[in-house]
Design a binder for this molecule. Structure first.
Ligand code: ADP
Ligand code: MG
Length: 350
């Protein structure tokens, strides 16, 4: 069905029906001039917004609308996780071109709501407009965190150990596989023309593609790390390790040394190596969109931290100075922040 047959208010009504508020904290959700929400008085409010633009962040020839909805919620929840917070509410603002159907918007909210329900997050409002060129998605997430437990990018000191959750590089590898014509299970995308290049995925390829299209925010781990009281700083890895670790270094006027042999890779990225154009380390350093958490732990808290068995890997150390180094095969090379940068020229390097 065309969106013009339904109109703006008809579409909002459908979105409202599909996204009924569940939490008693949502006093007023979709349908009034503003949502009315109640938050715990002892906690701080966290607020974050991320935009996803067709042609910049996603390509509808390889992203289906369910995955896009999922991912647009996930990237915002990841920012709340990186502060050690609990995600509570979301708002979605859409710019919709005439090429998108009502069914596709329904798919978008199916994916969006699936992720939100997993974390008890209510969709409480948004905005809906026509876009003259390309689909525009802007999501705002609100969360909360105990005053004494909040983690920020600031706080890391020389000697602190650098940890990351999960494995790195999978999402960037998944994107490269999508660009090469591979498709994952159930994530077909709209397809452009014949696309005879679409290749049947093996399971490791499908899993890497899913990591790119449907990342999972590290909400539980972010909470555990914050509640442990052991971490000094935290950030989510959205632009690549070199870039996001660079933010921690800059914020704290410190440097870092990373050990290539300690970086956690998935079995999948090694298995898919023949199909990828770059080595896994390249995807880790400048690929981005892993949405894993990077955090620092001082040596004095290491024993306690390890006893909590929060699944994570130590990849390096914060050092004095303002440079980042990568230790690889006995060599120590300077590591420059080279992640995704919207306004960078192709040869961008610091
Ligand atoms: P207003 O003109 O007062 O901004 P709107 O007609 O834009 O009101 O929106 C009506 C209600 O629907 C509001 O509660 C708004 O937050 C909600 N809303 C609009 N678009 C969306 C959307 N894409 N997703 C979720 N809620 C939406
Ligand atoms: Mg409005």
């Amino acid at each position: 069905m065309k969106i013009s047959d339904l109109g703006e208010f008809g579409l909002i009504k459908k979105i409202k029906e599909q996204s009924k508020g569940r939490s008693p904290s949502t006093l007023i959700g979709i349908g009034d001039d503003a949502a009315a929400l109640s938050l715990s008085p002892s906690k701080k409010l966290l607020a974050t917004t991320d935009m996803l633009l067709e042609g910049v962040h996603f390509d509808l020839s390889y992203t289906d609308l369910y995955s896009l909805g999922w991912k647009s919620a996930a990237v915002n929840l990841s920012d709340i996780a990186a502060m050690g917070g609990i995600p509570r509410f979301c708002l979605t603002a859409l710019g919709i071109p005439s090429t998108i159907s009502v069914e596709q918007i329904k798919e978008f909210y199916k994916g969006f709501n699936a992720l939100c329900r997993k974390y008890n997050v209510d969709l409480v409002g948004g905005d809906t407009c026509r876009s003259e060129k390309g689909l525009v998605v802007s999501v705002t997430a609100l969360g909360e965190v105990e005053k004494s437990k909040m983690l920020t990018r600031a706080g890391a000191q020389p000697g602190d150990l650098i940890f990351v959750t999960g494995t790195l590089g999978d999402s960037a590898a998944g994107l490269e596989l999508l660009k090469a014509g591979y498709r994952g299970h159930g994530t077909g995308g709209r397809g452009k023309g014949s696309k005879s290049a679409i290749r049947n995925p093996q399971s490791e390829i499908a899993r890497l593609i899913t990591k790119h299209l449907q990342p999972v925010p590290r909400t539980e781990w972010g909470r555990k790390i914050a509640l442990s009281g052991c971490a000094t700083a935290m950030i989510d890895i959205s632009d690549g390790l070199s870039s996001d670790l660079g933010h921690i270094c800059e914020e704290n006027r410190v440097g870092a040394e990373i050990r290539a042999d300690q970086i956690p890779f998935s079995k999948d990225i090694h298995k898919a190596a023949d199909h990828l154009k770059a080595i896994p380390l390249h995807y880790v350093l400048s690929g981005g969109e892993d949405y894993e958490l990077l955090f620092t732990v001082p040596p004095s808290k290491l024993k306690k931290f390890l006893s909590l068995k929060i699944s994570s890997t130590q990849i390096g150390t914060i050092i004095a100075g303002n440079k980042m180094f990568l230790r690889d095969d006995g060599k120590r090379v300077v590591l420059k922040p080279k992640g995704f940068n919207h306004f960078a020229r192709a040869e961008y390097s610091l």
